[in-house]
Design a protein around this ligand. Sequence first.
Ligand SMILES: NC(=O)c1ccc[n+]([C@@H]2O[C@H](COP(=O)([O-])OP(=O)(O)OC[C@H]3O[C@@H](n4cnc5c(N)ncnc54)[C@H](O)[C@@H]3O)[C@@H](O)[C@H]2O)c1
Length: 429
Amino acid sequence: MKGDNILKISVIGGGYVGLVTASCFAELGHTVRIIEIDNKKADLINAGKPPIYEDKLKGILHKAAGRNLSAQSHYDGIEDSEIIFICVGTPPQDDGSADLRYISSAADSIGTALSKSDQYHVITVKSTVPPGTTESVVQPTVLKSFGHHSSSLGFCMNPEFLREGRAIDDFMHPDRIVIGGDSQNAIDVAQKAYERLEAPIITTSLKAAEMIKYTSNAFLATKISFSNEIGNICKKIGIDVYDVMKGVGYDHRINPYFLNAGLGFGGSCFPKDVMALIRLAEKSGEDPVLLKSVIDVNEHQPGRIIQVLSRRIGDMKGKKIAVLGLAFKDNTDDIRDSRAIPVIEELLQTGATISAYDPMATETMKQVFPDLMYHSNAGDALDGADACLVLTEWPEFSDLKDEFNRMKNQVIIEGRKILSCSGIEGVCW
Ligand SMILES: NC(=O)c1ccc[n+]([C@@H]2O[C@H](COP(=O)([O-])OP(=O)(O)OC[C@H]3O[C@@H](n4cnc5c(N)ncnc54)[C@H](O)[C@@H]3O)[C@@H](O)[C@H]2O)c1
């Protein structure tokens, strides 16, 4: 590994981004302290047990916990850190704009904790925040509680591009690292944290770094909604959209990624970030017609799988529908904004009974729908079912074959193109 700058780092928030960031920085050799207000999560992290499921995380956390990584629920001791990464959540408010209360609270606690220090510290926002937030919320809040010589603090914005389910690989092998800063000194410290990674570093203003993150997510969401719209047209005129997108994706100006038509995007980022960008545009006097359509197409895709189901089996009242896949994507237990949620809600309204299976997300989905019939394997969920809907692209679903023989009627509809057996209908193929 190149680079020998070992830093003392604090990471505020031990959720998906904070825990992955902290564990990877520890793997890169830095000494890392996680501040996580939830005591239970902090205890689990100290015991080397990730509170969330993320591929490869357990291994690197287990190696680092108690060695060069520790977690605590208070801010004492962060004055040791050369750099502090803010990784708290920025959930949507009722109107879709970003809720910055966790950011403000973290900034206030950081300022108070650093007020006893006379070292230089760099406070770096990694959470996804609307352009202007680091300058107009984080910086003034930290400085207010810090209370003295502002020249001993630097500020950066370093957006995170990791994908859940592949987060460790994404962190360790990023396409690029974006660092916006209020000074070259601050940017230099942030760059040192990443010195051991091979990736282009783009340095920019604080606001541009914030906008890069929103723009990346909005563009990827646009590709998905675009593919879904083409898929919906293709289905009407009897063309397989996957044949079409294969031919389209070979064009290097387009590339083959994020062209998979299906149920649309979910998760904790795309829906909330596109909505936050729409609200930001509106507040600045712009009407973001394209972004609004991206959300509109996405909202309608789950209803389309119900329409296909209804055409195939008629009245759903009292029918048993097997739902395979609850997580918003494969390889995670995260169900935030999962497309399975609106599909299940619509099914319940029709009076259908639901027999559900997910390799990882059953426990989290039980918190939303406690009364579904949950199973520990796909075969049991399919037993006696009148129809099956596949809602998440778990690789293990592509091996399903004989399990479908346990259904009462073999009506199988995919919301994600993952099955390999015959007789399948897709939501838009
Ligand atoms: N999840 C992703 O795939 C992803 C990817 C890129 C960027 N992001 C962005 O990163 C940010 C964090 O997302 P996440 O998915 O990790 O959220 P999360 O909800 O999983 O984690 C946030 C954590 O911060 C803790 N917390 C809240 N306030 C705190 C405080 N004042 N001090 C200490 N801890 C506090 C919470 O208890 C929680 O564990 C968001 O802005 C999100 O948009 C997320």
